[in-house]
Design a protein around this ligand. Structure first.
Ligand SMILES: Cc1cc2nc3c(=O)[nH]c(=O)nc-3n(C[C@H](O)[C@H](O)[C@H](O)COP(=O)(O)O)c2cc1C
Length: 385
């Protein structure tokens, strides 16, 4: 039994938790009791038993623990640099996200560049529980950064980024470059492990240039041997970046070759895809990344909360949540005015994706010079439909 894993079948609980939520989301305009009544009326006796079992399983999926630390859920908001800032996380949490990551922290920036870190590490009392992720290549610097980080913030665990495909990151031998240097990755893990008490985890990809079963397995095992408590696997290679299919079979191979918990990442855009990830990989949980952009309702849909919003979410609700998201950016993001309006435009486009006349709305959003103008465009959309 892996360290920190509860006795019993975590996998079964996890997958059913997601499956349950999928069914719930179809009737999400009803109250929970109305919904159950409706379901009970129409189910056969056999289905009734499975509904009860699913509900029981949903409750137990809240018990996911890592080294004895309760993380509340096996559906995490993934780290996304430049995306999952405090405003994003607060909106996600308000809509059901129970565990989030800070944006990735560059080791050197954390140690030497003050302003950037204050921005990334901004948090509130509501923004818990949370994990952090470090990007770097030098084991000693990573160790110093880990120590500094835990002196600044209370985090549930610290993740080491072995997945970032950006050229400037690879050039520094960090991120996905670590996939090609197991020794360095193991040394980083050991150094950090030796200096902090919280669990250390790794986020990896299924390969560098190509998906290679042996390489991926050897990397995962090296990380486990070096002491990580959990592995997140993005089911694409470094070369694939963020596009193309997710290789569920490779994620399953990684899961099978280690005894610590493994979470899958890639294309978790809705409940059926979340279920597919869990079913085809047998992983212990999932990371939601782009699926949460402009769609914070995804968390309730996946977790099966009776309060889950319907899919697709009506435009008036999307607009209201978007406006709140923008107000949080205004409140918390302390960056240049240009950077702030850029961030607001990006977020607006997520929420308004797929609306009629999207091209002209997009054009008007791009021409908005401040939050007031942006809000005017957003308010006018209803009339245009
Ligand atoms: C804009 C963006 C930024 C990302 N930043 C990070 C990061 O800082 N650290 C990391 O481990 N993964 C990062 N990722 C990868 C995601 O966490 C996730 O693994 C990946 O997007 C696959 O999931 P998806 O297909 O559901 O989006 C990022 C992805 C995107 C799209």
């Amino acid at each position: 039994m892996a360290a920190g894993m509860e006795a019993g079948s975590l996998k079964r609980e996890s997958s059913i938790g997601v499956y349950t939520s999928f069914k719930f989301s179809a009737s999400s305009f009803h109250t929970s009791s109305q919904r159950l009544d409706t379901r009970f009326e129409h189910q056969t006796r056999h289905n009734l038993i499975s509904v009860v079992l699913e509900l029981m399983s949903y409750n137990s999926s809240m018990n996911f623990k890592l080294n004895g630390i309760a993380l509340n859920t096996n559906v995490f908001l993934a780290p996304m640099s430049g995306v999952t800032d405090l405003s994003f996380r607060l909106i996600a949490r308000e809509h059901g996200a129970k565990f989030c990551f800070f944006e990735m922290l560059d080791t050197k920036a954390l140690l030497y560049r003050k302003d950037n870190n204050i921005e990334i590490l901004k948090t509130t009392k509501l923004d818990k529980p949370i994990a952090a992720q470090l990007l770097g290549a030098d084991p000693d610097t990573m160790q110093d950064a880990a120590l500094k980080l835990i002196s600044l913030r209370e985090i549930s665990f610290l993740d080491i980024n072995c997945a970032c495909p950006a050229k400037k990151v690879i050039k520094k031998k960090a991120g996905a470059a670590l996939l090609t240097d197991r020794k360095r990755a193991a040394l980083i893990i050991k150094k950090i492990k030796s200096s902090i008490k919280i669990p250390v985890t790794v986020k990896m990809r299924i390969g560098y240039e190509n998906a290679d079963e042996k390489e991926a397995e050897m990397f995962a095992r090296a990380c486990e041997d070096a002491g990580v408590s959990m592995i997140f696997v993005h089911g694409r290679t470094k070369r694939a970046g963020y596009s193309g299919p997710v290789d569920y079979r490779m994620i399953a191979r990684v899961k099978k070759c280690v005894s610590i918990p493994v979470f899958g990442s890639g294309n978790v855009f809705n409940a059926p895809l979340a279920k597919k990830m869990l079913d085809e990989t047998s992983t212990d949980g999932i990371l939601v990344a782009r699926g949460a952009c402009g769609n914070p309702w995804i968390f309730k849909n996946l977790e099966g909360s009776p309060g889950g919003a319907p899919l697709p979410t009506p435009l008036n609700i999307r607009k209201a949540v978007l406006k709140k998201h923008l107000s949080l950016i205004e409140r918390y993001k302390n960056i240049s005015p240009g950077g702030k309006i850029g961030s607001m435009r990006k977020v607006s486009m997520w929420y308004l994706k797929g609306i009629p006349d999207a091209a002209s709305i997009r054009d008007r959003l791009c021409r908005s010079k401040n939050q007031r103008e942006l809000l005017r465009v957003i308010s006018s959309i209803q009339a245009a439909i």
